[in-house]
Design a protein around this ligand. Structure first.
Ligand code: BV8
Length: 233
């Protein structure tokens, strides 16, 4: 049953595009430069760990040269002033939501600034390069890997996400192509639980037809305008 003021916001690479981070499925995006099978699957990590670690090292290094944009800032403002629950479920592995001041952020596909031990599953905050076979500070095994959910792996905190969707009065999707599951299915789950659904995206996505409303344009313009609307309501 929707809680009168609970909002769940799903973000994707498009919200970070105007900060200068690459998206995946644009013509010159990350998946145009690298095959998913070579850098974002468990098989790739086993076959060529140096290549996979380097792919994420480059993206972690790129974080140092970028900053949150007005879309991230607007969501942080909404969280600070909104009377009900607000959760950002992000597919992004950057830390721009946090650097903009958001606190309720759930990284369902992992984070660049974190290393995961393949032996004991413990996480360690990480900045700078992460070469293969670094010792885990918790268990000592030479098994640290990027803390990233690869294709074929289970996204993080699905129970918490589904619980939030079941209580949401509103579900807003920002900057995602709706190409990757289970994230792409959240709009239908939220709708089934009675939520209103809104999409804010640069162009029509694979999921646009599921939304009650879809607004097209850059996140740095659409998101602040939507937040002002919400705070004025
Ligand atoms: C799982 C790692 C089981 C981090 C990523 C066949 C059919 C259906 C599903 C499957 C299938 N075969 C396999 C699957 C499952 C598979 C999947 O969905 N495959 C797809 C490709 C068909 N999914 C999985 O394997 C997932 N695991 O299913 O486990 C399970 C599930 C639930 C419960 C139990 C078991 C794991 C998926 C995670 C994979 N890891 N990344 C990283 O490297 O970053 S996915 C990768 O794609 C990123 O995480 C990214 O977040 C995600 C989605 O991409 P987007 O964020 O949407 O980015 P994209 O470039 O695509 O789009 C950007 C959008 O922004 C565009 O629409 C653009 O117009 C817009 N935009 C651009 N600029 C702006 C803008 N919008 C606003 N303003 C702008 N300025």
């Amino acid at each position: 049953m929707p809680d009168s003021n609970a909002i769940v916001i799903l973000t994707g690479a498009g919200i970070s595009a105007e900060s200068g981070l690459e998206t995946f499925r644009s013509a010159d995006g990350l998946w145009a430069q690298h095959r998913i099978e070579d850098v974002c699957t468990p098989e790739a990590l086993a076959r060529d760990p140096a290549l996979v670690h380097r792919f994420y090292d480059l993206r972690r290094a790129a974080l140092e040269g970028v900053a949150p944009n007005p879309a991230h800032g607007a969501l942080a403002r909404l969280e600070a002033q909104w009377p009900g629950d607000l959760l950002i479920v992000t597919q992004n592995v950057d830390d721009l939501h946090e650097r903009a001041g958001s606190r309720q952020v759930l990284h369902m596909h992992g984070e660049l600034n974190s290393a995961l031990c393949a032996a004991c599953d413990r996480r360690t905050g990480w900045t700078g390069p992460l070469p293969p076979a670094v010792d885990c500070p918790a268990c000592g095994a030479p098994a640290l890997r990027p803390d990233i959910v690869f294709f074929g792996e289970i996204p993080y905190q699905m129970d918490r996400i589904e619980a939030a969707l079941s209580r949401a009065d509103m579900f807003v999707s920002i900057g995602t192509s709706g190409a990757v599951y289970p994230a792409a299915g959240f709009v239908r789950m939220a709708q089934a639980f009675g939520a209103r659904t809104l999409e804010l995206n640069l162009e029509t996505s694979e999921g646009s037809h599921w939304f009650d409303e879809s607004r097209l344009g850059p996140a740095s313009e659409l998101v602040p305008a939507w937040v002002e609307e919400m705070l004025a309501s």
